[in-house]
Design a protein around this ligand. Structure first.
Ligand code: ADP
Ligand code: ZN
Ligand code: ZN
Length: 802
C-alpha cells in the first residue's frame, strides 16, 4: 500500500505529493485526510495523506515508509482534499497552504490527545478494557504503545470511545467546578440521621438534596437560589454525600443566554425569495442567489427560514458575516432561533475556543455555523445551504496566501453538495450584480423595509459652504441642529467617521479639490515623511502644493481626523451629550465591542461615535439620526473601487437610522457633494449607481469588464526591488498576448512597509488562456531563484484592493 503525502514544507520543489510505503500494521488504520509523520531529508516532517493506491513509480529500494500515523480519524474530508486542489489552481498557492487553511490553527499548536470511554468497560474489547482499568480517560499514547490502534479505531467508529484533543495553551482547558449530589439515597438518609441538630443548615441542605439525587449544580447557584452557603457546601462534601468535580467545559464564546425567537410571518417579497431558495434546495440544484434587499428589508429573516428548511432536511448551513466580532447582534439572531445547534467562529476567539467550535462541527453536534471568512471551511459533510451576508465586503478576500475569496469557496461547495448559495447585500459588489444581470446568479429583490418603515431622509451638506459662511467647526449647522434635537428628545444617534485604509490625501477646504495625478485620474497619496504627493498607479510625484491648483486658496492641506478629536469636539459643543466611542483603541480588549454596544442599547449614551466598525449590523430602535462626518475620505483612496466602497458605506451606515417605529434622518457632510457616489447615496437606489459605475469601469478597463491581477515585489533595497519588479513585468509582457494591458512596475501606494520597498505590476485582461501558465512560470522563477536574493513576490488574482 502506497500513501501520497503532501509534506508540511512550503517550498517549490516539494509542492507535489510524495509516495511512501504504508507499513503493514497501518493498512487498516490509515485513510486519506489523516496526518502522518514521514522521513524527509534527514528528519521526520508532518504531512497530509491526499491519496492511497497500490502502485508507485518509485523503485522498491528507494521508497521510504510512513513513520507514524498522527490521526486515526482523518482531519480532512475527501471534499477538502478536492477543494485544496481547486484552490491551489485558483489562487496559485502551495497545496500545503490550501490544506492548512482549512484546519484550525490549534492543530498546529501543541496538543495532547486523550481517549474517553462512552460506554461501560464491560462492552469494550478486552484488550481495550484492560488499558482503561477503572479509569474514564487515558492518554492516547498508551494505546499506541500497546499497539491496539486498530481496535481503538473500531471502537471509535462504534461510538464506544471518543478521542479528545486538548490544545496545550495557557488557560485553554477551561473547566468548571460543580457540586454533585451523591446518587446513593440510602447513604444520604444515614448521614442525615447521624447529623446533630446543631448542624441545622446542613440538615436543611441534605433534605433538599434528597429531591435532587445525582444532580449537578454550580456552587454559586446553590448559594443564590437555594441558600446553601459555601461553608455548608464544604461541610457536606466532607460528609461524603456530595463531591466537587471539575467538569471540562466547551469554552462557550457566548457570555450570556439569548431569548428564543420564533419565525416571523414573511412579507410577500420575503416569501417569494424564500420560495425560490427552497425550490433549489428541494431539487438539489446548486443555484447562486443574489439577495438584493435594501437595509432593513428583512434579509436576515429570509436566511433564518431558509436554514430552518435545511435543518428539516437534516442538512447543515454555513453563514458568513464580514467580521463577526463586530456584529454581535447578528450572531445573536442565529442563536436565538437555533440555540445550541449554532457554532460561532470568529477572530475574537482564542485558538482553543476556535478548536472547540470546530470539533463540535466535525462531530455533527451543531448544524449551523456562523462565522467570519474562514468559517467557510467548516468541516460539515452534508451541507444544504451557504450564505454570505454583506457579500460585497472586502474582508471575504484573504490577503495572505492562499488568497482565496470566500464567495468562490462557497460557490464551489454549493456545487459539491448541489445546494443553493445566497449572497445577500443592500449594495452588492459590482461583479455580483453584473453576474446576476447576466443570469449567472439568480437575482432576488427586496424593495421594501420589512415593517414598511420609510427609508431615512438623507441630507447632503456641502462643507465648502460652511467654511465660506464662517463655520470652521467639524459640525455643519444642519448636523449640529439635528444632534441638538435628538439630545432634547432623548433619541439616540450614530456619528460615523469614514476612515478606510492608511492613505491620506490633500484637500482644498475652499473648493473641495483633491490633488490628482496628471496621468491617471486618481488622487495622489500624501507621504508625510517626504512631504510629497505620489501616484500609486504610474509613479508620478510632486511636492505638496502651497496653493490650490483650482482656486489658488491657501486652505489646502492634508486631510484626516481621528475619532478622539471628534469626541472632544462633541463635548465642547454639546456638554450634556454622553458619548460611546468605538474604534480600535476602545475595542482592543476581548468582549469590549459587545459591551459597548450593550451599553448603547441600554441607553447609557446618546451618541455612538465610531469608524467602519459601527456601519454594519446595528439594529437599535431608538436611533433616529446618523451623521457622516466626512464622506470623502474613502472616495479619495487610490483604488478603482473607491466610489463603490463609498456608496456602500454611506448606504450601510444610513441604514442604521429609523429601522423601527421612529423615522430616521441622515446627514452626510462632504467636500464633494457633486460626486455621483455621494449624490446617489442620497436616493439609496442601487440600480442607477450600478449603471453609472459600470460606465466608469468600462471606460477604464476595470472589473467587472476586465479581470485584474497584481504582482507585488518587495525588497529591502529599493534598486533591487525595482529591478525584480521590472523583470516580473517584462516576463509577463513577453509571454502574454497583445490584448493584455500591463501597467507598471510602479511603486505601491504604501511604498515601504517595515523597511521593505514595494513595487507592483498590474495586469488587466478579458480572456487570456495562457495567464495561469505564465504566472506559474513566473512563480517558479521566483521560488527557485529570486527568493534566494531576498525578493518576496506575491501574485494576487482578483485583488480586493490595488
Ligand atoms: P436586513 O438584514 O435586510 O437589514 P433585518 O433582517 O435586520 O433586515 O430586518 C430588519 C428588521 O425588520 C428587524 O428588526 C427584523 O426583526 C424585522 N423583520 C424582518 N422581517 C420581518 C417580518 N416578516 N415581519 C416583521 N418584522 C420583520
Ligand atoms: Zn481650491
Ligand atoms: Zn498616475
Amino acid at each position: 500500500m502506497i500513501a501520497q503525502v503532501i509534506v508540511d514544507v512550503s517550498a517549490y520543489p516539494v509542492d507535489r505529493p510524495f509516495d511512501y510505503r504504508v507499513p503493514h500494521q497501518m493498512h487498516d488504520l490509515i485513510e486519506a485526510g489523516s496526518r502522518v509523520k514521514v522521513p524527509f531529508g534527514h528528519r521526520d516532517v508532518l504531512g497530509f495523506i491526499v491519496g492511497l493506491s497500490d502502485e508507485t513509480d518509485v523503485p522498491v529500494n528507494k521508497i521510504k515508509e510512513v513513520s507514524k500515523l498522527v490521526d486515526i480519524e482523518p482531519v480532512l474530508t475527501t471534499e477538502m482534499l478536492e477543494m485544496a486542489k481547486w484552490m491551489t489552481h485558483k489562487t496559485l498557492c502551495y497545496e500545503i497552504d490550501a490544506l492548512q487553511v482549512m484546519l484550525p490553527a490549534a492543530l498546529r499548536a501543541k496538543y495532547e490527545k486523550t481517549v474517553h470511554i462512552l460506554v461501560s468497560s464491560a462492552d469494550l474489547e478486552p484488550q481495550l478494557a484492560t488499558i482503561f482499568g477503572d479509569k474514564k480517560a487515558i492518554p492516547y499514547r498508551k494505546f499506541e504503545q500497546a499497539d491496539v490502534l486498530l481496535d481503538l479505531k473500531r471502537a471509535v467508529k462504534a461510538q464506544q470511545l471518543q478521542i479528545i484533543t486538548v490544545v496545550k495553551q495557557q488557560g485553554a482547558i477551561k473547566s468548571i467546578r460543580k457540586f454533585v449530589v451523591s446518587s446513593d439515597e440510602q447513604f444520604l438518609n444515614q448521614q442525615l440521621d447521624a447529623l446533630s441538630n446543631r448542624a441545622r443548615k446542613q440538615k436543611q441542605a441534605i433534605e433538599w438534596m434528597k429531591q435532587h439525587i445525582g444532580e449537578r449544580f454550580l456552587p454559586q447557584e446553590l448559594i443564590d437560589d437555594h441558600g446553601i452557603s459555601a461553608s455548608v457546601q464544604k461541610a457536606i462534601v466532607d460528609l461524603g454525600v456530595a463531591t466537587f468535580v471539575e467538569e471540562e467545559l466547551y469554552r462557550d464564546p457566548f457570555s450570556h443566554d439569548v431569548q428564543k425567537s420564533l419565525p416571523l410571518a414573511l412579507t410577500d417579497e420575503q416569501q417569494e425569495a424564500l420560495q425560490a431558495i427552497e425550490n433549489s434546495m428541494n431539487h438539489d440544484v446548486a443555484t447562486t442567489f443574489l439577495l438584493h434587499g435594501i437595509t432593513g428589508s428583512g434579509k436576515t429573516e429570509v436566511y433564518l427560514q431558509a436554514i430552518s428548511n435545511a435543518l428539516a432536511k437534516g442538512k447543515e448551513s454555513i453563514v458568513l458575516v464580514p467580521e463577526i466580532a463586530l456584529t454581535p447582534q447578528m450572531t445573536e439572531r442565529f442563536r436565538a432561533r437555533f440555540g445550541e445547534l449554532v457554532a460561532v467562529m470568529h477572530s475574537g476567539l482564542s485558538q482553543g475556543e476556535k478548536y472547540d467550535e470546530w470539533r463540535k462541527i466535525q462531530r455533527g453536534e451543531v448544524k449551523v455555523v456562523v462565522g467570519a471568512r474562514s468559517a467557510i471551511f467548516a468541516p460539515f459533510t452534508n451541507v444544504g445551504l451557504l450564505i454570505l451576508d454583506e457579500e460585497h465586503e472586502s474582508t471575504y478576500k484573504q490577503e495572505d496566501t492562499p488568497r482565496y475569496h470566500a464567495r468562490d469557496v462557497a460557490i464551489w461547495r454549493g456545487r459539491y453538495y448541489n445546494c443553493p448559495v445566497i449572497l445577500g447585500s443592500a449594495t452588492p459588489a459590482l461583479e455580483s450584480y453584473a453576474r446576476a444581470k447576466k443570469r449567472v446568479y439568480e437575482l432576488l429583490t427586496l424593495n421594501n423595509r420589512a415593517k414598511n418603515q420609510v427609508l431615512p431622509s438623507v441630507e447632503i451638506v456641502d462643507m465648502r459652504d460652511e467654511l465660506h459662511e464662517g463655520n470652521r467647526s467639524m459640525f455643519s449647522r444642519s448636523l449640529a441642529e439635528a444632534i441638538r434635537q435628538r439630545l432634547k428628545r432623548k433619541e439616540q444617534m450614530v456619528l460615523f467617521l469614514n476612515r478606510r485604509g492608511f492613505s491620506s490625501f490633500v484637500l482644498c477646504r475652499d473648493c473641495g479639490t483633491v490633488v490628482q495625478c496628471k496621468n491617471c485620474d486618481i488622487s495622489l497619496t500624501y507621504h508625510r515623511n517626504t512631504e510629497k504627493l505620489k501616484c500609486h498607479y504610474c509613479g508620478y510625484e510632486e511636492h505638496v502644493p502651497e496653493q490650490c491648483p483650482q482656486c489658488q486658496s491657501e486652505h489646502i492641506r492634508f486631510f484626516g481626523t481621528g475619532t478622539q478629536k471628534i469626541e472632544s469636539e462633541i463635548y465642547k459643543v454639546f456638554p450634556e451629550a454622553r458619548v460611546i466611542r468605538m474604534d480600535v483603541d476602545t475595542t482592543r480588549q476581548k468582549g469590549a465591542h459587545e459591551r459597548l454596544l450593550t451599553d448603547f442599547g441600554e441607553g447609557k449614551a446618546d451618541i455612538l461615535l465610531g469608524t467602519q466598525m459601527i456601519a454594519k449590523g446595528l439594529d437599535f430602535p431608538n436611533i433616529t439620526l446618523v451623521g457622516v462626518m466626512s464622506a470623502d475620505t474613502s472616495l479619495n483612496l487610490p483604488d478603482f473601487r473607491a466610489a463603490e466602497r463609498t456608496y456602500q458605506l454611506l448606504t450601510q451606515v444610513s441604514g442604521r437610522a429609523g429601522r423601527h417605529d421612529l423615522p430616521g434622518e441622515v446627514v452626510i457632510q462632504t467636500y464633494t457633494p457633486e460626486h455621483y457616489a455621494i449624490e446617489m447615496a442620497k436616493d439609496q437606489i442601487f440600480e442607477p449607481f450600478f449603471e453609472r459605475e459600470m460606465t466608469m469601469r468600462r471606460r477604464s478597463s476595470y472589473p467587472p469588464y476586465y479581470f485584474v491581477v497584481v504582482i507585488q515585489v518587495t525588497h529591502e533595497d529599493v534598486m533591487k526591488c525595482a529591478e525584480y519588479a521590472t523583470m516580473a513585468s517584462d516576463f509577463v509582457r513577453m509571454n502574454l498576448s497583445q490584448q493584455v494591458q500591463i501597467i507598471g512596475p510602479t511603486a505601491s501606494s504604501i511604498s515601504r512597509i517595515q523597511n521593505r520597498y514595494r513595487y507592483q505590476c498590474l495586469i488587466k485582461y478579458k480572456r487570456e488562456p495562457q495567464l495561469n501558465d505564465v504566472l506559474k512560470q513566473l512563480i517558479k522563477l521566483y521560488r527557485t531563484d529570486w527568493i534566494k536574493k531576498g525578493v518576496l513576490m506575491t501574485v494576487d488574482l482578483d485583488p480586493s484592493t490595488i
